[in-house]
Design a protein around this ligand. Structure first.
Ligand SMILES: NC(=O)c1ccc[n+]([C@@H]2O[C@H](COP(=O)([O-])OP(=O)(O)OC[C@H]3O[C@@H](n4cnc5c(N)ncnc54)[C@H](OP(=O)(O)O)[C@@H]3O)[C@@H](O)[C@H]2O)c1
Length: 256
């Protein structure tokens, strides 16, 4: 089966489209003939060269827009720029997330906790996704099926937490799940053909996992292509009944 094969044409938005998994989604969606347009939100030009190069290959179907998701005014401006390109979305895949950057490193102990780092984790991993859900509702609300998918992480499962550590990343993904689960209930009233789902991609070979992937057995470290294919397969089986669910890469549901 192919995602949305019951629809003649599909409009998709990939957010964090320059990142490892985000770019993989853009490439995979452009290979599907019934995907009429892919809008790609990226934050900064210098880390988005591979994405921007794709635009010259697909000038009619790929539209790249610079949007900083942590700034609501920038997000609203990006959505307004998108409207003339598409006034209805069938698929949104939000791939924005941070585990480590120049501002944060995952904390190994309570001693390493500080409020500025926690704020950064929550801003990028939790708040940006709920702002997207806030502003995209009018574009997802139409008579055809639509899916709003966000990449979460199994490590954000409170029920599954046995190892501890990585306070900010874990907590920001748990907050992401709660914010979107709550949004899924409001969407069910206001946009009844939309499913909001959270996806755990499995450990995938990207810049995000690189510093921590040495101990991961090769068969447990997915290539981006494998990760994206697996997640597209999960999305194929999503109907409005799966609104508000947290799925792992193999289609099983994860505990909150
Ligand atoms: N890779 C894994 O093993 C793994 C496992 C579980 C969950 N995930 C989740 O999957 C998603 C995609 O991860 P990935 O592996 O593709 O990571 P990645 O290659 O590092 O991509 C991360 C994306 O998030 C954006 N981003 C990071 N910091 C930002 C900020 N401050 N403001 C706005 N955007 C920001 C990046 O944009 P810039 O390039 O502009 O920074 C990039 O588009 C994330 O939510 C991650 O938590 C990944």
């Amino acid at each position: 089966m192919v995602l949305f094969s019951h629809l003649a044409s599909v409009n998709a938005l990939v957010v964090g489209a320059n990142g490892g998994i985000g770019l993989g989604f853009v490439q995979a969606l452009l290979k599907l003939d019934h995907v009429l347009s892919v809008v790609a939100f990226y934050r900064q030009t210098d880390t988005s060269q591979a994405l921007l190069a794709l635009q010259t290959e697909y000038p009619e179907r790929l539209h790249c827009l610079a949007v900083d998701l942590t700034d609501e005014a920038s997000l609203v401006a990006g959505i307004n720029q998108m409207r003339p390109l598409t006034n209805r979305l069938h698929l949104v895949i939000n791939c924005v997330g941070v585990l480590h950057d120049h501002l944060v490193q995952p904390e190994k102990s309570l001693q390493q906790i500080n409020a500025a780092q926690l704020t950064h984790y929550f801003q990028v991993n939790s708040m940006s996704a709920i702002l997207l859900a806030k502003h995209l509702l009018p574009l997802l609300n139409h008579e055809e099926q639509s899916i709003f998918a966000t990449l979460s992480a199994k490590i954000g499962s409170i029920g599954d937490n046995q190892l501890g550590g990585w306070y900010g990343y874990r907590a920001s993904k748990a907050a992401l799940n709660m914010l979107l689960k709550t949004a899924s209930i409001e969407y069910a009233r206001k946009s009844k053909n939309t499913s909001i789902v959270m996806l755990h991609p499995g450990t995938t070979d990207t810049g995000l996992s690189k510093p921590f992937s040495r101990s991961v057995p090769p068969d447990k470290l997915f290539s981006v292509e494998r990760c994206v294919n697996q997640l597209l397969k999960v999305l194929e089986s999503v109907t409005p009944k799966e609104n508000g669910c947290f799925f792992s890469w193999d289609g099983t549901q994860l505990p909150w």
